[in-house]
Ligand binder design. Structure first.
Ligand code: RUQ
Ligand code: CUA
Length: 674
């Protein structure tokens, strides 16, 4: 046992002691957590063996075995890494504007960031879920949640683009999301904050929380062919906070498990007031039965505005529709479909093992990990082993549903993933480690320190029926001394472990964008063959497409100017434009005529209060520009596209408002002459 782990045992005893004392102040918990979060074994470098380097070495020209789709946290985006090399392959724009591609800046993609609050240019992205067929990744879509302005996105894994975003009404803080059912029937979204529903008066004292606030769990239906999302129904629940969730699988297929905290119904100083109860709950929901009840007409329509944004790869543009109604069921009116499992100390992760029999609850402030048994749960329901109810929902007897407890696993358990050999891997924030334990015997098999304070961890396929195992990545919250310093803010860190043996082996550190929360590690073989290489120019149905240079033109209508432009190696058509005036609004509709893989052109205009747009082969993008100065304004291609990329440029002449400079344009011989 390392020094650090010894300390941790001591710490956990200390914390248990303190927590038994009702006078404990949350600030004290906080200082302990902060202080011991700094635990650092001396053996940082010693732990790396010589062949670790070999195991992560992907030779030049070789490809990684896995993709890791990793949440970008407060960057709002998703990062794609190769595993085991840790190479950053791409950042996918999802909930935030992206000046690199023009996502959310260009006219065609702006609607993707529309909400019932208007245009929201930023998001907080936490969790990811690859679509599943029969409990295994099918590699078709990637679902992503947004925590701040509740939304769920669907990305297409043939194009690596955000194709759909749906807003979640009656929610606030879409944290317990997105988690998919084993055949992708539903993506769920559990609210972190309870709030008054939108059809109720929200202009009320916050202190009436317990009476007037509600929780919401939203079930988004996914079309099996197109992937299209639609809110099927919402459950209105007591005002608790939902943290995370997992679908059942195998035996427990048809159920969902949600961790809840703040069963105290606190609305202020939650660090103290939501940490009072010895046990909070895991909410077990029979979603299949509830979906049937909805079909039979149970529930009611509730007014609520939410945006549904869809990107179309034929028109190369997005539309945003505001919908006004959701189907709501009150959870306390439903019989035999919802039960609470008591779970110690504000459970964070609620994770289901590959067999579907075991449900692992990770209490952020607990010193043990309870493992519940699905078959025992079913028996307890049958035998009515309830300890009363909570707001009308039966609370199951803890012992009756308990498979067992992992004793002294570490401090601050957060999340658990699984391999295919009956092992679980739990991340510990406070004691900075990953702990491997046996799901049946509940014995700790191995523990390895992490640097530092791990939040989520991901095993390749670790949330499926058939985990691939092999690699585990710990997504760490605190970096301290792992990399060259970069001022007050340091790079966030991921750590790759080899888990193919009995003992876990640390192989690699790599920095991440934003803050990494959850990730999905998917075999490359599920994805590479489906890659789209170009967009067929003949199938381009963009409203402003021009498919050859002869059709390029500039049109004025009042103070609106439309420039129909093409790009091909290595010129812009038209590359000389005159007759633009101050006070105009100019829309560049730019089509990339290339039909070769990896041949985007970019387009930018000097002084534009906007980003560039990146236009992929066969695609059209519309960029808005409002001239700010009289004179000659250069424009150019921003993406190094050939040896003559630097020649791919042009000029726009801007005249004073009301001037009568004629509208003239062209390239080469067609360029306007004196
Ligand atoms: S959680 S703070 Cu995924 Cu552990 Cu969001
Ligand atoms: Cu086109 Cu550079």
């Amino acid at each position: 046992m390392t020094e650090c782990n010894k300390n941790n045992n001591f710490n956990s005893n200390l914390i248990i002691l303190l927590m038994k004392n009702k006078l404990i102040k949350a600030t004290l918990i906080f200082s302990i957590v902060t202080f011991f979060g700094a635990c650092k074994p001396k053996t940082t470098a010693d732990a790396i063996s010589g062949n670790a380097a070999q195991k992560v070495y992907v030779a030049p020209g070789e490809h990684d075995e896995f993709y890791s789709f990793t949440s970008g946290g407060f960057s709002g985006q998703v990062a794609v890494y190769g595993i085991p090399s840790g190479r950053l392959l791409k950042v996918l724009p999802v909930f935030s504007q992206d000046p690199e591609t023009g996502y959310g800046y260009g006219e065609d993609t702006k609607p993707m960031l529309n909400t019932s609050h208007g245009f929201v240019p930023w998001g907080d992205q936490h969790h990811l879920a690859v679509s599943q067929t029969d409990g295994e990744y099918d590699g078709r879509w990637l679902f992503a949640n947004e925590n701040n302005t509740p939304r769920v996105a669907r990305l297409d894994l043939t194009t690596f683009t955000t194709d759909e975003i749906i807003e979640i009404p009656n929610s606030a803080g879409n944290h317990s999301s997105p988690f998919v059912t084993d055949n992708n029937e539903y993506v769920v979204a559990g609210t972190r904050f309870s709030v008054p529903f939108e059809d109720e008066d929200g202009d009320i004292p916050i202190s009436t929380y317990a009476d007037n606030f509600s929780g919401a769990i939203t079930f988004i239906k996914v079309d099996p062919q197109s992937g299209r999302m639609a809110i099927d129904f919402q459950l209105k629940t007591p005002p608790v906070n939902y943290d995370l969730s997992r679908t059942g699988k195998g035996a427990s297929s048809g159920w969902f498990f949600f961790s809840t905290y703040n069963t105290e119904k606190a609305h202020t100083l939650l660090e103290v007031n939501a940490s009072q109860n010895d046990k909070d709950f895991i909410l077990a929901l029979n979603w299949k039965k509830i979906a049937e009840m909805v079909k039979e007409g149970k529930g009611r329509k509730v007014k609520a505005d939410y945006a549904h944004n869809v990107y179309d790869h034929n028109t190369h543009s997005a539309t945003s529709t505001i919908l006004n109604e959701v189907h709501v069921l009150d959870i306390e009116d439903l019989e035999g479909v919802a039960y609470y499992i008591p779970c110690p100390k504000s459970p964070h992760g609620a994770d289901v093992d590959p067999s579907g029999e075991y449900i692992v609850g990770s209490g952020k402030l607990a010193s043990l990990i309870p493992v519940f048994s699905f078959s025992k749960m079913m028996k307890a329901i049958e035998d009515k082993k309830f300890d009363g109810d909570y707001d009308g929902i039966p609370v199951l007897n803890y012992e009756a549903v308990l498979h067992g407890e992992v004793q002294k696993p570490g401090l601050g358990p957060l999340h658990t993933e699984f391999d295919a050999n009956g092992n679980a891997y739990t991340s510990f924030f406070v004691s900075s480690e990953v702990v491997k334990w046996n799901v049946k015997t509940l014995e700790v098999v191995d523990r390895q320190p992490t640097y530092y304070s791990t939040g989520h961890l991901t095993v390749a396929g670790g949330n499926t029926k058939k985990p691939y195992g092999k690699y585990l990545v710990a997504w760490n919250k605190i970096t301290k001394d792992r990399y060259l310093p970069t001022g007050p803010e340091l790079a966030q860190s991921a750590q790759l472990f080899d888990i193919s043996g009995e003992k876990m082996e640390l192989l690699l550190d790599f920095p991440t964008i934003g803050e990494p929360h959850y990730a999905q590690i998917v075999p490359a073989s599920l994805i590479v063959d489906k890659q789209k290489r170009i967009y067929d120019i003949n199938a381009n149905n963009h409203k402003y497409v021009v498919k050859n240079e002869n059709d390029t033109r500039v049109e004025r209508s009042g103070n609106r100017v439309d420039v129909y432009m093409t790009l091909i190696r290595t010129h812009i058509t038209p590359d000389n434009i005159e007759g633009i005036r101050m006070g105009d609004e100019v829309y560049f509709h730019i089509t990339n005529l290339e039909q070769d893989w990896d041949l985007p052109h970019g387009f930018a205009v000097m002084g534009n209060n906007n980003s560039e747009v990146l236009i992929l082969p066969g695609e059209t993008r519309t960029m808005k520009w409002v001239p700010t100065k009289v004179g000659i304004i250069p424009m150019y291609c921003t993406d190094f596209c050939s040896a003559l990329h630097q020649e791919m440029q042009g000029y726009i002449r801007v005249s004073p408002a009301g001037s009568n400079t004629p509208l003239r344009y062209g390239t080469g011989d067609n360029a306007p002459k004196e």
